[in-house]
Design a protein around this ligand. Structure first.
Ligand code: SF4
Ligand code: SF4
Length: 664
């Protein structure tokens, strides 16, 4: 069926539906009040003709009773949002709080063993859904609240979101859920080079000081909410995001099939269809209750609107057989928005769009990418119809009539082309970023070895250089055409530059990266910048950069060690010793810092203290020639010649034992 046919199908559906309804489908209140004319009720289509569109208190213009649960649900969702705001304020005021009560946090539990509030919430929500059905979605989801708000606002301006019905895209939420929550464990089963346990050891992460760590920045959150709220509702219907994108809904929908708690029907039902007309989850309530005695569609979010609007009070929430135990029937014929070829095109466009936008510029999170992909799929298919169909409309806009594209049609085409073009552009940038990331992952040279001296060229094979060169080109290609700065790609580009011998440019790029970063990633960029500046002999700048890194993350111990080196080279030796001492107090096993302290104490004549640090360092020094060589290089730069010679000697001895190249 074509989009233009959707309206026709809709009308046909209601006509057929009207033929099947019985008289008496008007609420008792209306009948008692005499607000329905005899002709109307006899026609059996009372909800469409009640009092000629006159507003009756407690009824819609179409004569359907207004839902009384709608207000309760709105109150519950507003309260939920207020609690979320209170949670953030409490964290800002007190500095620590309960970890985010957000299902996505479960990924950290499955991957790292972090038991957090999100995991507990999601587990309880799934268990509750297994018993009561999908209440959590309808009454406790902030994205649903946003969609309801958007739907309400659109209706206020006369736009009634139409449901988009696809046979294949409804599987997206479940696939998304499996990808988020099952794939990481499955992947570890088959690819686990470090032999990490399949189920990680659980640790308590119920309280956090870094509440926002796993959330996008405000600059990303605003378009995220706009796309997942307004845009999906506008194009795909009131529950567009829930139906075609939400991965949590994928699991809730599955759990709902097992739940005994369902919307059920009594013999009082006369098939008037008010329930179906009211349901914003696109459930064929009247047909399902007729066929199965209950609502079986896993999209039912137990909002209870249908129960509230039924003029015969025929619906109720009750327990009984779950969906899974009810034989499936083909009696209910659903109408779909797409033909099968369109479904297949949609099934190809969706993953393409998702891959193009997910993680592009290190900005677009998973859920937002799913939301974008649903919209891209819709716009692509609609645009295709605009080119092929003779008649096409969208909401009240006439896009094409008698084979001629109207003004609204051109505007729609321009909007669709802009969106799809932006998507394709994201795809190109993402492709370049992906290849850059791949090249970065192929680098096997340890950072410590690369940073032991200003030019690490001696450690790179021709193949390594080729890989690094290509990786650098890919990042630069992405950056040349990119619309935003990728703050995660910049430090990697800087590392490529450093490995290729351009330490000065690397310092510049790391500075740019830090300017676009915050928190831990900013601290790391500043640390690497400081370390490279130390190798270049620009100690004043290095010291400042490392100080900034520590300002971001006080626990970044490597920055402390490098800062000690800058201070030492600047002749501020007491300060250097103080910084190194601070570092070993935080971690007594630091080999290089203990060696540096040993060297410093030795130079100031404190031989006993020097011996103690040296002993402590030797205790934890790996028996590796490269490690000794790194120590030797760093100590030599600091003028601690005796200790440097000792490690050069050990590196040489171990290296000769292994028959490797001379480490000098
Ligand atoms: S259950 Fe639905 S179809 Fe049946 S009487 Fe109530 S509103 Fe009408
Ligand atoms: S079927 Fe009824 S309870 Fe379920 S979502 Fe639709 S209106 Fe709400």
């Amino acid at each position: 069926m074509r989009f233009s046919g959707l309206l026709v199908a809709h009308i046909l559906f209601w006509r057929k539906f009207a033929n099947s309804v019985k008289s008496g489908c008007v609420s008792r209140e209306l009948r008692t009040a005499g607000l329905i004319s005899r002709r109307d009720t006899a026609g059996g289509f009372a909800f469409a003709t009640a009092t000629a569109g006159q507003a009756i208190p407690g009824y819609t213009k179409t004569g359907i009773r207004k839902s009384k649960t709608g207000r309760w649900r709105a109150a519950a969702l507003i309260t939920l949002n207020l609690f979320m705001i209170a949670h953030i304020i409490q964290w800002r005021v007190m500095g620590k709080t309960v970890s985010p009560i957000e299902p996505s946090e479960t990924m950290h539990t499955l991957q790292k063993g972090f038991v957090n509030a999100g995991f507990i919430f999601f587990t309880l929500a799934i268990l509750a859904t297994l018993i009561f059905g999908r209440f959590v979605c309808g009454w406790g989801c902030h994205i649903l609240a946003l969609q309801d708000l958007c739907g309400w606002l659109l209706k206020k301006i006369g736009l009634h979101p139409k449901p988009f019905r696809s046979r294949l895209l409804v599987y997206v939420p479940l696939i998304g859920a499996l990808y988020m929550f099952v794939w990481p464990t499955a992947y570890r089963m088959f690819h686990n080079p470090e032999n990490a346990p399949l189920i990680p050891e659980f640790t308590n992460h119920l309280v956090t000081t870094n509440f926002w760590q796993t959330f996008p920045s405000v600059a990303v959150a605003i378009p995220f909410l706009f796309i997942c709220g307004f845009v999906t509702v506008y194009f795909l219907g009131q529950k567009g995001f829930c139906t075609y994108a939400c991965p949590y809904g994928g699991f809730f929908g599955l759990a709902d099939k097992f739940s005994p708690g369902k919307i059920r029907v009594t013999p009082a039902c006369n098939q008037c269809g008010h329930c179906t007309a009211t349901c914003t989850s696109n459930v064929m309530v009247h047909a399902e209750v007729k066929q199965y005695g209950m609502v079986v569609d896993p999209g039912c979010m137990k909002c209870m609107d249908c129960v509230s609007v039924c003029p015969n009070d025929a619906l109720y929430f009750g327990f009984g057989k779950p969906t899974i135990l009810v034989p499936k029937s083909n009696a209910i014929r659903k109408s779909y928005s797409l033909t099968w070829p369109e479904e297949i095109v949609g099934a190809l466009v969706f993953p393409g769009s998702f891959l193009a936008v997910r993680g592009v510029y290190a900005l677009v999170p998973f859920l937002m990418a799913l939301g974008c992909a649903t919209v891209t799929t819709f716009l692509t298919l609609k645009l295709w119809r605009l080119l092929r169909a003779k008649e096409l409309s969208f909401y009240r806009f006439n896009l094409k009539s008698s084979g001629k594209i109207r003004k609204a049609g051109w505007a729609f085409a321009a909007l669709a082309c802009a969106w799809i073009g932006l998507n394709a552009h994201c795809g190109w940038v993402r492709y370049q970023e992906f290849l850059g990331n791949l090249a970065f992952q192929k680098i096997k040279l340890p950072d410590e070895l690369a940073l032991a001296q200003a030019n690490p060229a001696r450690w790179l094979s021709p193949a390594d250089r080729e890989n690094i060169l290509r990786g650098k080109e890919h990042y630069q290609a992405a950056s040349n055409v990119g619309l935003f700065v990728n703050s995660e790609a910049l430090p990697k580009l800087a590392w490529f530059e450093y490995l290729l011998g351009d330490a000065k440019q690397s310092v510049q790029t790391l500075g740019d990266a830090a300017a676009h970063q915050s928190g831990e990633s900013k601290a790391l960029s500043l640390y690497y910048r400081g370390a490279i500046l130390n190798r270049l002999g620009r100690y004043e700048e290095a010291q400042a950069s490392l100080g900034e890194a520590l300002g971001e993350r006080d626990d970044l111990i490597l920055a402390r060690q490098e800062k000690g080196e800058s201070l030492w080279q600047l002749g501020r030796r007491e300060e250097a010793i103080s910084v190194w001492t601070d570092a070993v107090e935080r971690n007594a096993r630091l080999v290089l810092v203990n060696n540096e302290l040993a060297g410093a104490k030795r130079l100031s004549g404190k031989l006993e203290e020097a011996a103690a640090h040296e002993k402590q360092a030797d205790q934890f020094t790996p028996n590796d020639p490269f490690y000794h060589w790194i120590l030797a290089r760093r100590l030599q730069d600091l003028g601690m010649a005796e200790l440097a010679d000792k490690h050069f000697q050990q590196a040489g001895d171990l290296d000769t034992d292994k028959g490797g190249p001379q480490l000098r």
